[in-house]
Every structure is written in C-alpha cells, then in structure tokens.
Design a protein around this ligand. Structure first.
Ligand SMILES: [Zn+2]
Length: 188
C-alpha cells in the first residue's frame, strides 16, 4: 500500500515537472504548456525563466535550466472568445457551482442561455450561465425582462487562472504567487 502511494506520488511529481506555467509580459498568467515548448520559447529568446527546477535538462553535450515558470518577453493579446471553448465544467466552475438565478447548489445544474437561442441569443460566455433545472424550466424561452428572475452576477469570460486551475491536477506551490485569485476559484 505504502509503496504504491509513494510510486504514485513520484509519478505525480514527474508529471508536474513536465508542465510549465506561462505568464504574459505583463506577468498575468496565460496558460500551462509542456516542458518541451517552454524550453523552445526560452531557447529562442521569446521567454525568460522566472522559476526553475533544481534538476537541469540535459542533452548529449550540454545542460539547460529546467523551467517551471516562464514569462514571455513580448505582450500577447489573447482572443479569449476564440480560444476558450464553452464547456459545462468550466461554466459551472466560473459560477461557483451555483444557480445564477436562485443560488441553489443542490439542484441539478444545467447550461442556460440568458437570451434564449430561439430569441437570437448566441453561445458566448457573456450569454451562458449556470442554472438549476427548475429555474431553467421556469424561465423557458423567455427573456429575463419577461420574468421576475434576476442574474446574481453578470456573466463574463472565465479567467486564465480558472482554466489553469481546472486543467492542472495539482498546482505546484511555487506557481501560487503568480496566480492571483486562485483560492477563490472552486474547482469541484
Ligand atoms: Zn435556480
């Protein structure tokens, strides 16, 4: 049992070493990339290493720092609407796993279009929300102003920190200071 756990932990650690946190030139978190990609970015001079692992990266003839957190040298603009496809998991996490209309956490959660598709609403982050099944049913094909229901908060595209939280099994401690608002993000 104990050996199994240790082996699993080593496996975890090995996988974590293969993932690198990427910050924009502004120090805002952007995404997580593979060690290989991070190394190429650094090697080409397009990124600098902010944090690295003790164990170096070795090739046949030389060794390099093994990046853990890197920062791009030039600012990149992220077309969020394009790159961040809508998924229920991310949507529910963005809304704190609560219905945006009544605040319920216990009812079955569904995806609701604030402006229904039948009324011209589109599937963009600003128009989709987490709704419990009863609220979704009650609202039906109506616009909000045709009901007495209210949004508890304005829907916005999720932040990169949310995506990083949802796609990383275990956030390395050293990343935490680069991920503002991480604690507020509910992943489960
Ligand atoms: Zn509800």
């Amino acid at each position: 049992m104990r050996t199994g756990w240790a082996a699993q932990n080593r496996c975890y650690a090995a996988r974590a070493m293969e993932r690198v946190l990427v910050l924009n030139a502004s120090y805002e978190p952007l995404n997580v990339c593979s060690l290989r990609r991070a190394h190429v970015l650094v090697w080409k001079g397009r990124a600098e290493i902010l944090e690295c692992h003790d164990r170096p990266l070795r090739s046949a003839t030389t060794s390099f720092q093994r990046p853990n957190v890197i920062r791009l040298r030039t600012y990149v603009r992220v077309p969020r609407a394009v790159t961040r496809r809508i998924s229920r998991r991310v949507l529910f996490a963005r809304d704190g796993w609560q219905c945006v209309y009544c605040g319920s956490e216990s009812n079955r959660l569904t995806l609701d279009h604030v402006v229904p598709r039948s009324r011209g609403g589109t599937s963009v982050w600003e128009n989709v929300v987490t709704s419990c099944a009863p609220c979704n049913h009650r609202k039906g094909d109506r616009l909000l102003e045709e009901t007495s229901m209210k949004l508890r908060r304005t829907p916005r595209p999720p932040t990169p920190v949310l995506f990083i939280r949802l796609t990383t099994e275990q956030i390395p401690d050293i990343w935490r200071s680069y991920l503002p608002g991480l604690e507020a993000v509910a992943a489960a």
